[in-house]
Design a protein around this ligand. Structure first.
Ligand SMILES: [Zn+2]
Length: 393
């Protein structure tokens, strides 16, 4: 059931140009040899559009109890059979070369942003650059695959700047901003995103890893980010939750028992065209298919959100888009302070409350860079297809 669903969800969307797979899992299963024989993952999955693979670095955070990190790499214990395997920067690139994704990620040393160990954070920041150089040296398909360095440094401003500066010295075609979305305060989160996007070149894509909440996507786009990935749309679907323009709803709630409307009016997804809230409520706690129905809707919601951002940028109406998005999401005008601060930081004359009260002034900051490479991957929404590959943490 799961594999055709993955295919259908992606292929039915006219806006998505990429999705992610996970190197660590693909490295273990189905394995490098099989992927080589299949002539790469594009061929293996019958997927003709762009692919992005992660390096396995994220697993250091999510599976840390099974990992030991040193200069050589990361010692993992396979969650499948308990066997030990060493993931080095070279090995990560070797696997990603075999997978053949268009964008591949360097192996990075990830420390949770909530860590108070500044010494460890500094070590990880420098090590990430050393590992970047090892990844670049090991890369055997530089004309076909782009390695994105990952800016690290936790929430420590000078380390973020240092990391960005070190990476800027390398010849690459795009950058990732990593180590965020790990439970830090939103006030810290947006500042680190902004600090990073300001330092990175305007004409190259900037990918904020692990971001998936709708409001985060909109604000991060305003801050100059272009690409995102997150398990959120499918993970929240497994808990019976649907994403809508006015926020998240839980179909488990009994108030939906007699609600015969779709999850969201005017939604173009197959779930909303076919099923009612009442029906999904009825099956949400008993039928696994409800996760698939909600996943279809949630992925479509996010793709439409990103499409709306892209379209509004193209016609220079992004501020209006932000305005409408915030009104829909926060009808009581209880806008999160961090959103107000983030938008205000972009333009001192701009305040979200004013922005929503008066006609909008032009906002000059927005995604100038995005327009420059729209023919390639501007702002892409990378869907982490978790249905088979995500490890539940
Ligand atoms: Zn829908």
């Amino acid at each position: 059931m799961e594999k055709p669903l993955q295919f259908d969800v992606i292929a039915s969307c006219s806006t998505t140009r990429a999705r992610t797979r996970n190197t660590y899992h693909l490295g273990l299963r189905p394995g490098v040899e099989l992927l080589k024989k299949a002539k790469g993952l594009h061929n293996f999955m019958g997927w003709k559009r762009a692919l992005l693979t992660d390096s396995g670095g994220f697993q250091m955070v999510s599976l840390l109890h099974m990992a030991e990190i040193n200069e050589q790499g990361v010692n993992f214990e396979s969650p499948y059979d308990g066997t030990k395997s060493l993931l080095t920067p070279e090995k990560s690139i070797q696997i990603q070369n075999a997978i053949g994704a268009d964008i591949i990620m360097q192996l990075d040393d990830v420390v949770p942003t909530t860590s108070k160990d500044n010494e460890r954070m500094e070590e990880a920041t420098y090590r990430t650059t050393r590992w970047l150089d090892r990844c670049l040296s090991a890369h055997e398909r530089p004309n076909e695959q782009n390695i994105f360095p990952i800016v690290q440094g936790g929430l420590i401003e000078h380390l973020r700047k240092l990391s960005a500066n070190l990476h800027l010295e390398r010849k690459v075609n795009g950058y990732a901003i990593g180590g965020l979305s790990g439970g830090e305060a939103k006030e810290d989160f947006w500042k680190m995103v902004f600090l990073s996007t300001q330092m990175l070149p305007g004409d190259k894509p900037k990918y904020v890893m692990g971001v998936g909440f709708a409001v985060d996507l909109v604000i991060c786009c305003a801050l100059g980010a272009d690409m995102f990935d997150c398990v959120f749309p499918t993970r929240t679907a497994r808990f019976g939750c649907a994403l809508t323009s006015s926020g998240q709803i839980s179909l488990r709630h009994k108030k939906f028992r007699m609600d015969f409307g779709p999850i969201e009016k005017n939604c173009s997804c197959s779930t909303c065209k076919t099923y009612t809230r009442a029906y999904i409520h009825q099956i949400v706690t008993s039928e696994a298919v409800s996760c698939n129905l909600l996943s279809v809707h949630n992925l479509n919601y996010q793709m439409q959100l990103m499409k709306g951002i892209r379209e509004s940028i193209k016609v220079n109406k992004f501020p209006e888009f932000v305005q409408q998005f915030m009104i829909n999401m926060y009808p009581n005008k209880n806008y999160p302070q961090w959103c107000i601060d983030a938008l205000q930081s972009l333009n001192k004359t701009l305040e979200l409350k004013n922005l929503l009260r008066h006609k909008l002034k032009p906002i000059h900051f927005i995604l100038e860079s995005t327009m420059m490479y729209k023919q390639f991957w501007y702002p892409l929404l990378f869907m982490v297809m978790v249905l088979k590959n995500e490890i539940k943490v």
